[in-house]
Ligand binder design. Sequence first.
Ligand code: NI
Length: 181
Amino acid sequence: MAAPLEIYTTSNPQQQETLRSKAKKVQKVTPRLVRLAEQMLETMREANGVGLAAPQVGVLQRLFVAELPADEEQNLPRETYILFNPQIVKAQGEQIGTEGCLSIPGYVGEVARFQQVTVKGLDERGQPVRHKVEGYLARVFQHEIDHLDGVLYTDRLTDPSTFRPVEVGQEEGEELASAMV
Ligand code: NI
């Protein structure tokens, strides 16, 4: 297994500039980009994340990965997503919940998102795909697509006072816990 990629954080000025840049449309899903997506998945799992966008590893291309862990109680396998050029084509409803970000370690905040989104894009074979997702997964997709436009969840806080420190490594746990409620 390849070494995990470095996750860019906003506390590093140069990395912050990348995180704040708009990513370019992927012209072709090449084996190299698919390999990058796989490395991103490994990196994300290592960091206990549920989503990771290419700018977070310093690549300004429109690509994100996401993964929901298996639900043993419900006997559901893990769900893995690799999406190139993702675009929200339909959105409805609203949900408010706590978010964290691997690029902003040690903090969480409250963000309003659509409850349900339909996202189209290309899969790892370069084939058009469409995912209709809701709830927690819809939140993850919206958060990752924001990354591709240089937008961070801290830009979308329902109120600045909801932005608060948590123990590093607990950002996602907080997110998951709140999204499960
Ligand atoms: Ni993030």
